[in-house]
Design a protein around this ligand. Structure first.
Ligand code: A3P
Length: 272
């Protein structure tokens, strides 16, 4: 599988589509778009534009490696290819499939405080349903059942990082996975991106001039020689207001899973 390479038609550019060297595996709503965009600021990185869903959708996986390569961007020799599909993190069959493709692949996982991630997940689904004119459900209906947290709510499950991480670490050594602090990336992207560069053995290139804070958006935006750009309007949405007693339940609920996750990955995060 790893031999698959498709040559570009332009012999001068010597660019080619290749299997990814780096995969951003999730987590959904962790800041995966910001991460891949910020990584593309580096001249030695070529990033796939859209989410490929190769390893998690059987209909794509069945198309084989040539199809996967065809979804990759053109990369010059020396450039690393990266794709991001946040659904990989929570899909049970994905880690082994990726290992079979390339056991030395470098994996990036961006996580966020789990309750905040859940609210972001809910907000995303809310907007998707709004666009499709589907009936909305309030957060409370989905999250609560008989006064207790509904453990079957998917957005809650996706924030149980240790459950999903276990499957990755059954297949990949810890050293293959770099964790990005999604909350820190929102507050100040540069330090997190320097750590990513280091993990990927990229020449240090990303610097303070690549970021500027946009007051209107309330987030950092990106700048390189070509242009200035903020992330799409769907990134950085307002979250619903949640009753304090429900928030407290969420923080209490996530406390133990978070400790398990910290132990598993050998580091902590500044979560409530
Ligand atoms: P919210 O829209 O809930 O605030 P993903 O790309 O994985 O779907 O993650 C989306 C999240 O990225 C957003 O969630 C936002 O908080 C976060 N994010 C991180 N850095 C950002 C940036 N510079 N601009 C906009 N959103 C950013």
């Amino acid at each position: 599988l790893s031999a698959v390479v498709s040559r570009d038609h332009d012999p001068l550019s010597s660019a080619a589509r290749r299997l990814p060297d780096i995969i951003i595996i999730g987590v959904r709503k962790g800041g995966t778009r910001a991460l891949i965009e910020m990584l593309s600021l580096h001249s030695d990185v070529a990033a796939a534009q859209s989410e490929v869903h190769f390893f998690d959708w059987d209909s794509h996986y069945r198309r084989g490696a040539d199809w996967y390569v065809s979804q990759m961007p053109l990369a010059r020799s020396g450039q690393l290819t990266v794709e991001k599909t946040p659904a990989y993190f929570t899909s049970a069959r994905v880690p082994e499939r990726i290992r079979r493709m390339n056991p030395d692949v470098r994996l990036l996982l961006i996580v966020r405080e789990p309750a905040e991630r859940l609210l972001s997940d809910y907000t995303q689904v809310f907007h998707n349903r709004l666009e499709k004119r589907k009936r909305q459900q309030t957060l409370e209906t989905l999250l609560m059942r008989d006064g207790e947290l509904n453990l079957d709510y998917k957005a809650l499950n996706r924030s149980l990082y240790h459950v999903h991480m276990r499957r990755w670490l059954d297949v990949f050594p810890r050293s293959c996975v770099h964790l990005v602090d999604g909350d820190a990336l929102i507050r100040n992207p540069l330090p997190e991106m320097k750590k990513v560069e280091e993990f990927l053995h990229l020449e240090p290139q990303i610097n303070a001039s690549n970021f500027y804070f946009n007051q209107t958006k309330g987030f950092f935006c990106l700048r390189d020689r070509r242009r200035e750009r903020c992330l799409h309007g769907s990134k950085g949405r307002k979250h619903p207001r949640v009753a304090p007693e429900i928030l407290r339940k969420l923080y209490d609920f996530f406390h133990e899973p978070n400790q398990k996750f910290f132990e598993m990955v050998g580091r902590t995060f500044d979560w409530k």
